[in-house]
Design a binder for this molecule. Structure first.
Ligand SMILES: Cc1cc2nc3c(=O)[nH]c(=O)nc-3n(C[C@H](O)[C@H](O)[C@H](O)COP(=O)(O)O)c2cc1C
Length: 198
């Protein structure tokens, strides 16, 4: 087995816990081709959509961006980047979208005025996005959850044809891991976990 095959070997059973315990986002430039096959993508999307969803509203959708459409999207973003006040920074962050073979834009698409508060509907979109990261890791791929100006500048979100009220929850880069990122500082359980004592 080559190192790439080993990296992409799917995991199962107790290995799954190890994958989730050690999952680390991959730097955008270190996500390279090949991306998931059609069969793997189908599994990844199945994992992503298996998400708690109060009221069964499906208040999200996923836009897959790859191949020539991805190249054209980046081209259009680069044109927009030049018109922004922070052009240099915007250009750099846009170029970071180029390496990963697959991008999944997760769109929060809440139903306004529903008895399920919009906050809960948006949380479900966040959970779906996290499922994508964990699903990619379990299938042996790397991923990175970004937003950046592409997610907030209305001229950029227009390129994704967002409907009124929709928001970009994440621009998730997915691909083969060329190089694993070193571990980052993480908070500790004792800082953020407490027990209710009443
Ligand atoms: C909602 C959201 C948006 C993010 N947007 C960006 C971003 O635009 N640029 C960036 O460098 N990191 C962004 N990050 C952080 C990356 O996902 C980062 O690589 C990650 O937090 C690393 O931690 P991990 O290894 O535990 O996944 C974002 C994270 C979240 C949750």
């Amino acid at each position: 087995m080559t190192s790439q095959e080993m990296q992409q070997a799917p995991v199962s059973g107790s290995d799954l816990a190890t994958v989730l315990e050690t999952r680390r986002s991959t730097m955008p430039d270190m996500l390279v081709a090949p991306g998931p096959s059609e069969a793997e993508l189908d599994r990844l999307l199945t994992i992503a959509l298996r998400v708690p969803d109060h009221g069964r509203l499906a208040p999200w959708r996923i836009i897959l961006i790859e191949g020539e459409s991805k190249a054209r999207w980046i081209e259009q973003l680069l044109t927009l980047a030049e018109t922004r006040e922070d052009a240099a920074k915007s250009r750099i962050s846009t170029r970071k979208l180029a390496s990963a073979p697959l991008i999944a834009a997760v769109i929060s698409s809440p139903t306004p005025g529903h008895k399920v508060p919009e906050w809960e509907q948006e949380l479900s979109a966040g959970a779906l996005t996290m499922n994508l990261l964990n699903g990619a890791a379990v299938l042996g791929y790397g991923a990175n959850w970004l937003t950046g100006w592409h997610a907030y500048d209305p001229r950029a979100t227009e390129l994704l044809n967002l409907a009124p009220g929709e928001k970009v929850a994440g621009v998730v880069l997915i691909g083969t891991i060329a190089e694993r990122a070193t571990e980052r500082d993480r908070t500790t359980q004792d800082r953020v976990v407490s027990r209710l004592e009443i």
